[in-house]
Design a protein around this ligand. Sequence first.
Ligand code: DGJ
Length: 728
Amino acid sequence: MKNHFLFSTILMLLISIGAYSQIEISTNENTLLISAEKGKTARLLYYGDKLSEVSHFKNVGSSLGGGRDLYPAFGLNCSGEYAIQVTHEDGNMSLELVVENTNQKVENGVQLTTIVTKDKVYPFWVTLYFKAYANSNVIETWTEIKHQEKSNVTLFKAFSAALQLPAGNHWLLQLNGNWASENCITESLLAPGTKLISNKEGVRNTQTDNPSFMVSVDGPLSENQGNVVGGALAWSGNYKLLFQVNSSDKLDIIAGYNEEASHYFLAKNEVFKTPAFLMTFSNRGKGQISRNFHRWALNDGGLYGAKKPNDILLNSWEGVYFNINQQVLDTMMTDFAKIGGELFVMDDGWFGDKYPRNTGKTSLGDWSVAKAKLPKGIEGLIETAKNNGIKFGIWIEPEMINSTSELFEKHPEWVIQQPNRQTIKGRGGSQMTLDLSNPKVQEYVFKIVDDLMTRNPQIAYIKWDANHMITNYGSTYLPKDKQSHLYLEYHWGFEKVVQRIRNKYPNLVMQACASGGGRITYSHLKYFDEFWTSDNTDAFERLYMQWGVSQFYPAKGMASHVSAKKNHQTGREIPFKFRFDVAMTGRLGMEMKPSDLSEQEKAFAKQGIKIYKEIRNLVQFGDLYRLLSPYENNGRTSLMYLSPNKNQAVFFAFNPISRKGSDLPPFKMDGLNPDANYKLVEINYEGDKPRIGGDNYILSGRELMNSGINLGMINGGYKSIVILLTKI
Ligand code: DGJ
């Protein structure tokens, strides 16, 4: 470690005196190599597996040869994809960016590299930043753009990063779907030409696609083998991920905010900061990419509140929908506490004094209690929670407004809208989005949370929902000549508000929700402790969606709830144990009226909650090893979470398929210490005794990984098993 620091210091010195033109950005297992010669264009030389010597880069097979522009700019050589395009104040549309200076330093174990580039002629600077996190192998990059021209420069495009991968057989993993089927996986060959993944919703940016991806260089993606690059854009607004297999068969990747309808007039000395792009490389397939992202989220600040375990909660939505009242919620809280629950969350339906919220058509904007439903107010509910020894949380949708609301009567100008056009409305034919570019709206949204928390400091949790997009693109706040700033200003405004909330309420747990899984990005997770994965709580469907989410986002953030026997979204009926076990692979919760459960189910839920408390640290902080993909095995799924010291693991297997007489192949585990012996004990089982495991059920890590275990009895339709492994 000491040597490493000495080496870095010498390197930094050499770099700062300009002796070196190559910049090595490195993590424990990855190298990113850049050529940054003063007065020349910065070039990307290599990104991939850690080089044993920097000088080897030219000769390793995965080298990019002479490299390509690190931040390709439009204007001189106009073919190919570029990351930035501007029009200078004199009308010139080109940029010629060359290195002005570079710097590299290590702060709190994180290596920060800065490359300042400047146009050869114009006073126009693009500074590129790279933060390398050694242990998680994630590199975070973003750019800052500034000029000192006489008047505004128009920024037509300013992406976060441009990468290139060597020629090969490139396969792409992407997440896509729709409401109630968010974040499912598609893998495809990248053929010559351009593939675009984008979002234009304005608010809810991960309902249909997610700004994250994996790309293999050498053939179809595999869980445990092959060179893979993973990327994730940390931006809450519209985005673009562009993949182009170019004429030399190399793969160009460009990622950033979506520039469409978003040209930005950059004033002299104003700094335009692009969203961060996260990248990581694995020589061991997709599994390691996921573990890298999860580690980064848990240890390097990617997920808010990452260090404290998330509570087991009951959310009221599917239990009572809008039919909130003190008595029914009191009963839910008491029943949930009896089975060991820790937190109760009152969902939609609690607010609106003049216009009580009984449907999705009214009241958004009026965040005072509906007195007729809750005569004792939020205080009354907090009292019940306290008496039952559980915490209390509340749902809000602060960026939104209904046309039937007191807020709309007072501030119709706060709605995103255009002159001379009728406003397109969403949910209930009446929902619209507030204009967060307006500081007054930002103040109002902050005050919603601040007022709730000031009056009820015991509120432990907020579910922050967003069920509409940006329609009628226009702002009464932004001047006529800056209407095109709205997509960006909305999200800068959003970030200002959530940052302010975080500064004042650092311990408040917040969930990001947007019609289900519409807000799962590392931009949101910087401020939110968890996300609502999907409104679809069907355990069978969740196997697929949660598998998708797990590619990039950690289980700790993945809210996963046990819901009614007959699922409200699909009508499918799945046994209670299977539903419970699926929910236990993420942040366990329930979403029903516990009084609807039979006595037997209540006893099982009590047992499940107790067991989850015992395995919570493994699930929420462990390393994920995906063993059997539902996508490749008709829903059959298996995964495990392993403690970082490899001493304990929890293994899950699910078999939704009923096929009589067919044996299942053995389940092979992963990540274990091959030389250690592990005791296996089935947990969360039905009946008197476990089918698998016990004092004599001891196998070595090598046996568990190479031969696997036989779970014959898991056959038969919606069967699942949970096994705790302890090193002895
Ligand atoms: C959409 C969310 O995804 C649901 O969980 C629920 O909170 C409803 N909104 C409430 O309107």
